[in-house]
Design a binder for this molecule. Sequence first.
Ligand code: HEC
Length: 136
Amino acid sequence: MTVSRSAVRSARGGRTLTTLALALAAALSACAPSPPAPKWPDFGGDPRRGELLVGRYSCGACHQMPDVEEADGMVGPPLATFSRRTMIAGLLPNTPPNLVLWLRHPQAVTPGNAMPDLGLTDAQARDIAAYLYTKS
Ligand code: HEC
């Protein structure tokens, strides 16, 4: 809430701040491009392993994932901008523990939904979660 209030304030605060922010962003991006700051604190997942697992478990049969070959499924929601989703499966707030819970036990969270329990271990689910959170 603090973030959105300050966003509102700066939006109302006129152009000076926006102009300064844009100038700063342009100056920074002109130097060395740095990777985007992670949205979540480190929770022990490795996004590179997660990317491999997403291929191995054929998540793309049901989900669109632009960076993953043949991931054009239309059964579940697209995962392209997953880090910006506020809810998981329309039910759980989008946090790392909830995502790991969903990935491991979708049938326990929402019995009868079309995403099967895939038998992921906790470590595998963390890796996949770390990968999904790189998508914004
Ligand atoms: C057989 C189809 C199927 C497979 C395979 C599948 N999913 Fe899903 N997934 C779904 C469906 C359907 C939903 C929506 C469930 C709901 O909203 O109740 C979903 C929801 C999700 C969500 C929540 C998305 C959101 O925006 O709410 C994530 C994250 C997710 N799946 C990741 C994965 C990952 C990662 C894999 C592979 C390890 C995978 N899924 C495999 C069908 C599938």
